[in-house]
Each structure stands twice: as structure tokens, then as C-alpha cells.
Design a protein around this ligand. Structure first.
Ligand code: PEP
Ligand code: MG
Length: 586
């Protein structure tokens, strides 16, 4: 039997590399539902409010205890949940549902958290979308206390395989796996929360597969952190797996095989050996510079949104940060981050970068990236609307505060400013005038900043790509944002699953625009980089090199992969590949 003939084969998303061969350990998670109960009188209201407060308090205690024993990244994730639990807005909404709408505490929590999950879950930004998992984690935790009166302790929890499921095992909705006795377990679950994963007995769990989830869901992040092979988003087929089924899971291709024939298992044993060798090899490239066989040095940097991402970037040997998405800082706060708060965040990144260049992009909010504390009117076409630099030029107060924070941080390292969604020379001029104003203000206050800081622009709107020759005369550098450039050039919503086949990074129109930007940038002596996802796509590396791109910024794990291609290729080869590809499309 070949791999193609496998009957029980599920296709998910590979989120943490590695091949796991083991036995299924199926976890059925606690899924509480709305009861629809109406509270009879004031006494019932009082009782439900007291229950809610107690459940929140105990959830908070539990989180704090869990944080104490967790790795830094997990601790941060749980810290976000503690903050969310403290949020007076969500508390207020729950209390109003109990007091005014007369719902019981469980129903109120379910309704309020569901709204939040929907809001975050539909956001464009993958990172922010993944925050929906935090809210779901909070919901489960609070609901556990409300509906089961669970009195479990964290110690008890961590003692068990996935203790949270043990505790709610008393509830009729839930059951815990009998497969805990097997060694080499592969967890099979609806989804896994960070808390679930902390409680894992790592010596026995070699992989997990979930029905839902995406690349930046927390289960995926923690899997990568702990080096556990993982496939998420396997869909309904996962429901047919039972405890003890023999599974083969490929965390790269996203394939999950259920009870495959022995010869297929054998093939995967071989593949696992090869993958291990590749991983070791890629790790060995960490300290190497990315130089082509004919001696051209290519700069490989990382896209980040947080200090944890910065750590990961260094792990993978990033030579700098090509894109710091500052909106993540704003999205994680409950109110507008002050100049001081922003300054500290940027400074910490620059200090950690230790002299490596860091490109800080000003706020790219709007579209579907909302800030709850800064509501804007609903728009029919948010991606074509009030977004990024358009907001910054309108809300000068926000922009000036951010630029002043960046400028003050700039003395702590090699810092550049990047402006998102520039569509015309006029917009660039207006933004530069505001940056000059911010500098004057700091000078007046006798605050230090890098007076020669470079200001570059994202090229992510077709008008900017077409006008690259003019923009190159006034910008200090270009960074090509292919994620948006593709969606705007091809009129294909980057979020719309239904038309994802039309979202083609190799479409001739996109490639012509990219080539034009690189050529015009270089003709004008400008450094040109790329920070859209295409920069980390190994299939595009030679083509982009051949176009003359020398600065690639990507999600950190792709750095060694792209580096490996560069180390084995000459510019002559890259130019030939590029000429052939461009010939084919013209
Ligand atoms: C891009 O559009 O390619 C880009 C890097 O920006 P973002 O993904 O944040 O829109
Ligand atoms: Mg963009």
C-alpha cells in the first residue's frame, strides 16, 4: 500500500514540525451550553453576581499559580488572560446581563465571551485572531467553576494527564481519556488551551492533533516552543478517532494517518529520520551569513510583534527586524498606550536587538483591525477605507505620540521608521512633515533622538508600486508588503477562504509590480526589502534574488530555510530563474 492509498487520512495544517508515530489519546472537552433560565427575583440576581465574582476570583488564583511554573512565553499568554479577567468592561457587560437582563451567571458569561470570540475571531491579523483562543480559555475556566463548582487545585490539575478534563469529568458533558496508560501518546482534541498544554506530561506526549485552530493559535505556539509535532484544523474527521488508534502525524505537511498499514508506518519512520537530519542541519546554519555561492550577502531579518517574537527571531539567527507590527501593542492594551509605554516597548526591542537594525512600522489599524477603546464608524469596505497612514494623517495626535516614542527609543539601537499603506507622494510628504514636527518638539524638550533616522514606506498599494520612481526620490527605503499588494492588485480579499485560489503571489501583474519597485528603488540608490509573506516562501527565493532583492524579512522559522537556498545558489542562477519566469509571463 502506498501513502496515497490510505483510507483514514486527514488533512490539517502542520503547525509544529516533526513526525509523531504513536497511539491516540482522545480528549472530549467540556462544552457548556446556554440554559435560557430567567432569574426570578432580586435574591437570585444577588446570588448569581456572587457566584460570578467567586468564579472570576478563583480563575484568577488558578492562573497566577499556573504562571509560576510556566516558561516565559506561556507565562505571558496566561498573563494576558489575567489582564482580560481584570477588564472592567467585560465584567460590566456580564453584570448587566445578570442584573438587567436577568440571565444566570453562566449564560451571561457565555454570551459576552461569545461576542468577544466572534469579534477577535474575524480579525484580519492572524495574531489578533488567535486572541479568541485566550477568551475561550477564560470562558472555559470561569464556566468550570460556575457549572461544576469544581474545587480542583492547580497541583491536582498538573498531576493528571490533562487534569482540567479530569476535574470536569464529574460533569455529564465530559469524559477523560482512558488511553493515558499508553506511552508515545498523540493527543486528539477539539482544541487545546495553553493551560491544557502546561499540564502535559511531556515525556509521554509526542504530538497532538486538533479539530480547530490555526498557525497562531496558542496550542500551535506552545507546541513549537516545546518541540511537539502538531497538526491543527483537522476538521470533523477527527471525531472518528478512538483511544488507542495507531496514528502517524506529520507536523510539516499537516497529514494525519489513522491506523495505517505497517509498510506505511515504516515509510514514515524513514521520513522521520530524514526530517530530524534536516532540522539539525538547518539549526547548524544559525550562525552563518546568507551569502550566495558568488559572494553576494543577503540580509535576512524577522517580522515581529512582541518581545517574545524578538527572542524567537534571535533563536533563528535573524540579522534584524524588518517589520515590527506596532498594532499588536495597541491591540493588547485596554486604552491607548502612552508615549512612555510605547517608548519602553520599542526600547526593549532595540536593546534586545543589540545593534541589529530594527524597522518599526507606525500603527496599521483600521480595516478589520479594531481598537475597542478607539471606535470608528462601521464601513462598507474597511480594507479600502479608514486604515493605517490614513488614520495617522487624520489623527495627528496619535501619530505624533507614536513617532516621538520611536524617536526617543532610536538612541538605543539601529532604528528605522516605516509608514504603512502609503498610496501617494503627498501622503509621504505629510507624514514626513509630522515626523519633523515630532523631532522639533523633542529638541525643544531637550530629549535625545537619532536625528538621521531613516523613514521608509511600505509598498503595498498598487498606486505606490506604479509610482515607485517618484516615491523613491522622497523615501529613504522601500519595504514591499506583498500581503496587501496581492490583495489590492488582484482585487482578492486576503481573508476570503472562498476565493483563496485567486490569491496568487506569482500572478504576472504582482511580479511585474514587485520587479518595478526593486528596479526603481535601486536606480535611485534606495535599499529595497520585502516583508510580506512572499519573502519567506522558499519557492520565491530565487526569483526575488534574481530581481535584485537583497533584504528579506519573514516569520523567523523560515529564515534557515531561505538561508539554505541562498547558500546553495549563485546570483547567475537566480537571474536565469528570474529571466525565465518573467519571460514566461510577458
Ligand atoms: C503586507 O501587507 O505584506 C504586510 C507585511 O503588512 P500586514 O500583513 O501587516 O498588512
Ligand atoms: Mg499590509
Amino acid at each position: 500500500m502506498t501513502i496515497m492509498n490510505i483510507v483514514h487520512q486527514l488533512q490539517g495544517i502542520g503547525v509544529s514540525p516533526g513526525i509523531a508515530i504513536g497511539r491516540a489519546c482522545v480528549i472530549r472537552q467540556f462544552e457548556p451550553g446556554i440554559t435560557g433560565e430567567t432569574l426570578a427575583d432580586e435574591a437570585a440576581v444577588e446570588r448569581e453576581i456572587a457566584l460570578f465574582r467567586e468564579a472570576v476570583g478563583r480563575s484568577m488564583e488558578e492562573l497566577i499559580l499556573l504562571m509560576a511554573g510556566a516558561e516565559t512565553a506561556v507565562e505571558e499568554i496566561l498573563g494576558v488572560q489575567v489582564e482580560m479577567l481584570h477588564d472592567p468592561m467585560w465584567e460590566g457587560e456580564v453584570l448587566s446581563k445578570i442584573g438587567t437582563d436577568r440571565k444566570n451567571a453562566g449564560d451571561a458569561v457565555l454570551e459576552v465571551t461569545q461576542d468577544l470570540v466572534n469579534t477577535f475571531g474575524s480579525m484580519e491579523d492572524e495574531y489578533l485572531r488567535a486572541r479568541a483562543a485566550d477568551i475561550e480559555d477564560i470562558r472555559k475556566r470561569v464556566m468550570r467553576y460556575l457549572r461544576t463548582g469544581a474545587a480542583g487545585t492547580v497541583e491536582g490539575w498538573a498531576d493528571h494527564f490533562v487534569g482540567v478534563h479530569e476535574m470536569v469529568g464529574r460533569d455529564e458533558h465530559d469524559g477523560v481519556s482512558d488511553a493515558a496508560a499508553f506511552a508515545d501518546q498523540i493527543l486528539v482534541a477539539m482544541d487545546l488551551s495553553p493551560s491544557d498544554l502546561i499540564a502535559l506530561d511531556i515525556s509521554r506526549v509526542i504530538g497532538f492533533a486538533t479539530r480547530t485552530g490555526g498557525k497562531t493559535s496558542h496550542a500551535s505556539i506552545v507546541a513549537r516552543l516545546r518541540g511537539i509535532a502538531a497538526v491543527v484544523g483537522c476538521g470533523e474527521g477527527l471525531d472518528f478517532i478512538v483511544d488507542g488508534d495507531r496514528l502517524v502525524l506529520d507536523g510539516v505537511t499537516g497529514i494525519l494517518l489513522v491506523n495505517p498499514a505497517p509498510d506505511v508506518v515504516e515509510q514514515y519512520v524513514e521520513k522521520r529520520k530524514e526530517q530530524l537530519a534536516t532540522t539539525r542541519f538547518l539549526q547548524s546554519l544559525k550562525g552563518k551569513e546568507a551569502i550566495t555561492t558568488d559572494g553576494i550577502a543577503i540580509h535576512l531579518s524577522a517580522n515581529i510583534g512582541s518581545i517574545e517574537d524578538m527572542e524567537q527571531a534571535l533563536e533563528y539567527g535573524a540579522q534584524g527586524v524588518g517589520l515590527l507590527r506596532t498594532e499588536l501593542l495597541f491591540m493588547q492594551s485596554n486604552s491607548l498606550p502612552t508615549e512612555e509605554e510605547q517608548f519602553i516597548f520599542y526600547k526593549n526591542i532595540l536593546v534586545r536587538a543589540a545593534g541589529r537594525p530594527v524597522t518599526i512600522r507606525t500603527l496599521d489599524i483600521g480595516g478589520d483591525k479594531a481598537l475597542p477603546y478607539l471606535p470608528f464608524p462601521k464601513e462598507d469596505n474597511p480594507f479600502l477605507g479608514y486604515r493605517a497612514i490614513r488614520i495617522s494623517l487624520d489623527r495627528k495626535d496619535l501619530f505624533l505620540t507614536q513617532v516621538k516614542a520611536i524617536l526617543q527609543a532610536s538612541v538605543f539601537g539601529e532604528c528605522r521608521i516605516l509608514l504603512p499603506m502609503i498610496g501617494s507622494v503627498q501622503e509621504l510628504r505629510q507624514a514626513k512633515a509630522l515626523i519633523a514636527e515630532a523631532k522639533e518638539d523633542l529638541t525643544r524638550q531637550q530629549l535625545a533622538y537619532d536625528a538621521d533616522i531613516k523613514t521608509g514606506i511600505m509598498i503595498e498599494i498598487p498606486s505606490a508600486a506604479i509610482m515607485a520612481d517618484q516615491l523613491a526620490k522622497e523615501a529613504d527605503f522601500f519595504s514591499i508588503g506583498t500581503n496587501d499588494l496581492i490583495q489590492y492588485t488582484l482585487a482578492v480579499d486576503r481573508m476570503n477562504e472562498k476565493i483563496k485560489a485567486l490569491y496568487d503571489p506569482f500572478h504576472p501583474a504582482v511580479l511585474r509590480l514587485i520587479r518595478n519597485v526593486i528596479e526603481q528603488g535601486h536606480l535611485n540608490g534606495l535599499p529595497v526589502g520585502m516583508c510580506g509573506e512572499l519573502a519567506g516562501d522558499p519557492q520565491a527565493t530565487l526569483l526575488l534574488l534574481g530581481m535584485g532583492l537583497q533584504d528579506f524579512s519573514m516569520n523567523a522559522p523560515f529564515i534557515p530555510v531561505v538561508k539554505n537556498i541562498i547558500l546553495q545558489s549563485s546570483m547567475a542562477l537566480a537571474r536565469a530563474v528570474c529571466a525565465k519566469e518573467m519571460d514566461n509571463i510577458i
